[in-house]
Design a protein around this ligand. Structure first.
Ligand code: SAH
Length: 405
């Protein structure tokens, strides 16, 4: 028995992305006259068909979003109910086994939305607590089923919702936070990442509490020879995870700058928790202003890390975002000692890796510094990008060494 309540028929010639398994159907691709949507409840299931009536995919519908359908299954024999959701979740979790099996690691992303075949759903594990985000109407409708399935699969101590994100607005949803199952998480909760301890505030921290997507870069900072003995500037430090890694690697000093005082407080605790006694400074300031103040004064650094928040939230903001990236990277190049290392990131999906590299190049030119790229950085394996969904790639970084020639 089918629980599909409508049909979305595409205009002639608009089926190609779907055939290639891109999971989104935009409003402009839909032939409204031939589609049957009268009986579809908000977030209900529909079949997507090509102009000839052939089945393309099955997903959930939202008439109030520009993205009208997000496809869940490419198989018309799939019955999308509790068993289906549970299986899809289990597959996503199983794909992380190399991480989840480790004894020295207990925080990772278990479900990365579209990229794991579960559009709109994020599930992060922090020790024995789960933090979830329901980003779309269709996935919000399935909330209870998903929570039940997660309890069955993972037996967590608690599940906490952090659907306090802007994108819910585009789906006609209000923000929603709170305990969905079991106990509220301790605050802070301490996670272990490759043996390093980090205190995390799951309730009011950024994203779901911690930048899990910077795990591989933390490992790099913990092991790269350039950090040993270095005076390190960690700009946009948040709770100081890069600073902890730099200190573990033998940095001579760590200066963290962030506009959030609570984040800097946690950064202090993180250093103590790992027994690190490196000279550390915590500067509660605007990075743009603080880098200028450093430039006009004495300080210079052997390693500078720039991990700003997302500057471009859409295509229309790319130009302004690039000016922002150029500004901070230029200042960083100016503050870098000869032979120093700049580790610079962008998490704006709309600014692609090539463009970001060009901006960093432009910054080096204007600073009168030549540099070598010694590494290209990206999001880790628990934040995969579906090949059919290049939108899934957002985080990129460059490790640049200022040349002495
Ligand atoms: N590298 C960090 C994550 C950085 S997130 C980690 O791995 O944990 C970006 C941080 O920049 C946030 O903590 C935010 O508070 C801070 N921030 C945003 N705009 C800022 C500004 N103009 N000046 C200083 N800090 C800023």
């Amino acid at each position: 028995m089918s629980n599909v309540s409508g049909n979305v028929v595409l205009k002639q010639g608009r089926e190609k992305p779907l055939r290639q398994r891109h999971p989104w159907v935009f409003s402009g691709a839909i032939d409204a006259n031939r589609s049957k949507l009268g009986d579809v409840p908000p977030g209900g299931l529909v079949d997507v068909r090509d102009a000839g009536g052939g089945f393309l995919g099955r997903g959930y519908y939202n008439g109030d979003s520009q993205i009208r359908v997000r496809v869940l299954s490419w198989d018309q024999n799939d019955l999308i109910g509790p068993a289906w959701w549970r299986l899809r979740l289990a597959q996503s979790i199983r794909a992380r086994q190399a991480l989840t099996d480790r004894d020295d690691l207990n925080a990772y992303r278990l479900v990365n939305a579209e990229n794991d075949g579960l559009p709109g759903l994020v599930v992060d594990q922090y020790d024995d607590h789960l933090v979830v985000q329901f980003l779309t109407l269709g996935i919000n409708v399935a909330k209870e089923t998903l929570v039940e399935a997660l309890v069955g699969l993972l037996k967590p101590r608690g599940i906490y919702e952090r659907s306090d994100v802007d994108v819910r607005g585009k789906e006609g949803l209000a923000e929603s936070v709170g305990v969905l199952y079991g106990e509220p998480p301790p605050n802070p909760l301490t996670i272990t990442e490759y043996g390093v301890q980090y205190p995390v505030d799951l309730i009011t921290g950024h994203k779901t509490g911690f930048y899990l997507d910077q795990r591989d870069s933390r490992t790099l900072i913990r092991t790269m020879p350039a950090l040993a003995g270095a005076d390190v500037l960690n700009a946009f430090s948040y709770t100081g995870s890069f600073g902890v890694c730099a200190a573990l690697n033998g940095a001579a000093s760590v200066t963290s700058i962030d506009s959030s005082e609570p984040a800097l407080e946690i950064a202090r605790t993180a250093m103590e928790m790992n027994g690190l006694k490196v000279p550390a400074e915590y500067v509660n300031a605007d990075v743009f202003q603080q880098l200028r103040a450093y430039r006009d004064g004495d300080p210079s650094f052997d390693v500078i890390i720039l991990d700003p928040p997302k500057f471009a939230h859409s295509q229309s903001q790319v130009e302004a975002a690039c000016r922002g990236y150029k500004d901070i990277n230029l200042l960083a190049f100016e503050l870098l000692r000869p032979g120093g290392t700049l580790i610079t990131f962008s998490c704006s999906g709309a600014v692609d890796a090539d463009l970001f590299q060009k901006v960093v190049f432009g910054a080096s030119v204007d600073a009168g510094r030549q540099a070598q790229i010694i590494r290209w950085l990206a999001q880790p394996e628990d934040h995969p990008t579906l090949l059919a969904f290049p939108e899934g790639r957002y985080l990129k970084g460059l490790v640049c060494r200022a040349t002495s020639f």
